[in-house]
Design a protein around this ligand. Structure first.
Ligand code: HEM
Length: 372
């Protein structure tokens, strides 16, 4: 999509699709504005009054003041500290998933590793009992696949919500250290989360946290397969992992686009943006904007500063960013520690299968051999 984005940044930075009436914005400053200026652009599906959505509404579709309250509450439970405390457990999960592939030296990076990893980590965070893990994973699979099959996705979402509802009941009687218990306990100014709010937050974590993290790690390996020198350098200097992951986030942003709706009329050149119009904020284009990033199409782990907006910008800034960063760091660190010298794709480029749709950038499968 990158040559297309560049053309749009140059020729039609605010573009209205004449058929659908949907607006697209492409330049860094405009994308940042659309994402963060909630007085002019609101989040949510637009079918309801944005500030009065029902109990099942999720934080990502909320607007101030309701969003602020919800965000305060969930941030009490989902803290960077709580994430950091998961480090050793995540490392264990990574090692377990990589054990066989490291012996066989060949794997489907997605199927065997980057896909299961975030699902298991979330199950762990939520304290899903071991005997329920496989059912949990099956639902999660169906939800991820629901871009292709809405019916099974819907059923799985229903089943999962019912399941979470049971877990919340149970935890209310027996609080633990897991995220659901922390969400139950969270309190701001005497207010607490309702069961429905906790359940919809857990549902959101699966949708917002899994496919995105899968693709961040996949995109990192994909990029290293094209830039073996970057991987070689990382092996010598693992402290470069942080900036390198940031550059992958910029260069191949897992979330390419987010939606907003227009709240107040705005003139754009000689056209009008009208209340209720849908706007696509092209994060993937913003992160390649030549006015913001020198030589934007070059993968450059030394880029400094690197103000990419792959996790969004403003009040909805990704709550899971510390977790996504930690998981990807531990994934790459383990591959380095195990002496993997590089990644050789096992399919000709013409047979690669990108993830469907225009929102997520990543690969459906990625067979590679691990070089030793
Ligand atoms: C919000 C990207 C991983 C939970 C967002 C937004 C983006 C994003 C762009 C802003 C949405 C908007 O402005 O409308 C990513 C990427 C990830 C990732 C690229 C991985 C590389 C995660 C993980 C979790 C998570 C692992 C949780 C387990 C959330 C939540 C929000 C959010 C709860 C909504 C925050 C709010 O509305 O206040 N994410 N995300 N994300 N993300 Fe992530």
């Amino acid at each position: 999509p990158f040559p297309f984005y560049r053309r749009m940044r140059e020729q039609a930075p605010f573009f209205r699709d004449p058929r659908s009436g949907v607006w697209s914005v492409f330049r860094y400053d405009d994308v940042q504005m659309a994402l963060s200026d909630y007085e002019r652009f609101y989040s949510g599906d637009g079918e309801h009054d944005p500030d009065e959505m029902g109990p099942g509404a999720s934080i990502i579709g909320m607007n101030p003041p309701r969003h602020r309250k919800m965000r305060d509450l969930v941030s009490r439970a989902f803290t960077p500290r709580a994430v950091e405390n998961l480090t050793e457990r995540i490392r264990g999960i990574v090692q377990e998933l990589l054990r066989d592939p490291l012996r066989e030296r060949t794997m489907d990076m997605v199927r065997d590793f980057t896909y299961p990893l975030p699902v298991i980590v979330i199950a762990e965070m939520l304290g899903i009992p071991t005997q329920d893990r496989s059912t949990f994973k099956a639902w999660s699979d169906a939800i991820v696949a629901s871009t292709d099959n809405h019916a099974t996705g819907f059923e799985a979402t229903q089943a999962m919500s019912a399941y979470f509802s049971g877990i919340v009941q149970e935890r209310r009687h027996n609080l633990g250290e897991d995220l659901i218990s922390r969400l139950i306990a969270a309190e701001v100014d005497g207010e607490k989360l309702t069961d429905a709010e906790i359940i919809s937050f857990c549902d959101l974590l699966l949708v917002a946290g899994n496919e995105t993290t899968t693709n961040l790690i996949t995109n990192a390996i994909w990029t290293f397969s094209e830039h073996p020198e970057a991987w070689e350098r990382l092996r010598g200097e693992p402290r470069l992992l942080g900036p390198t992951i940031e550059e992958v986030l910029r260069y191949r942003s897992p979330v390419q686009a987010m939606f907003r709706r227009v709240r107040v009329p705005m003139a754009v050149g000689d056209a009008m943006m009208n209340p209720g119009d849908t706007v696509i904020a092209w994060i993937g284009s913003a992160n390649r904007d030549e006015d913001k990033f020198a030589d934007p199409d070059r993968f450059d782990p030394d880029r400094k500063p690197n103000p990419h907006i792959a996790f969004g910008y403003g009040i909805h800034y990704c709550l899971g960013a510390p977790l996504a960063r930690l998981e990807s760091r531990l994934a790459l660190e383990t591959l380095i520690d195990q002496g993997v010298r590089g990644f050789q794709p096992q399919l000709p480029f013409s047979e690669w299968e990108p993830v469907s749709g225009f929102i997520v950038q990543g690969l459906k499968r990625f067979p590679v051999s691990l070089m030793s």
